[in-house]
Design a protein. Sequence first.
Length: 200
Amino acid sequence: MRDRLSVIMRHQATLMGKFRHIEEQNGFNFHGDVELGVPQNINAYGTQHELRRLAWCIQEELCEAASAMDSGTASDSKLEIQKELIDALHFICEFLLTLGYWPSDLPAEDFRRPEYVPEGLTPNLFQTMVLLGMTINELKNKPWKQTPRVTDLDKFKDQLARFMRSFIRTCYASGMTDQDIEDVYLGKNSENQERIATGV
């Protein structure tokens, strides 16, 4: 999965630039001083604010996956859940790219398919949501804080790795294989590229 995720992240890096241009055209500049394509200082207020924004985008997509559990037929619901998980993956890639992190920066075992995936999508999905919150909780420099605090990188990376393991396990629990994850992502990427090209 590690190699596939690296391919996905390269595609997402290109897409980020295109979407940022559109966001600026629409009058939004919520990225602050976070420069695209440049690894950011994790202790900077602006960087942590951007990471919180991206984390909320991830949570929204995970919630949409949860909502899709109750929609349509079983097969339609499964496909919709998988699409929402891949939408979350878009923002996960942006989260990692903001810090200049690549799969090679995290332990290899985080990207191996586990021998056992706990049954049931719901517990995997909600554990993923909680672990994302715990990851963000390691970032202490909120806009209203007057005394900057240095991030404990070991704790942050540990929580991030736990979140990544849980997210990938959730993708497996939804019925996706490693190849499916890449294929669904590339399909959504092509859809986004077309939307950009046609101004939708």
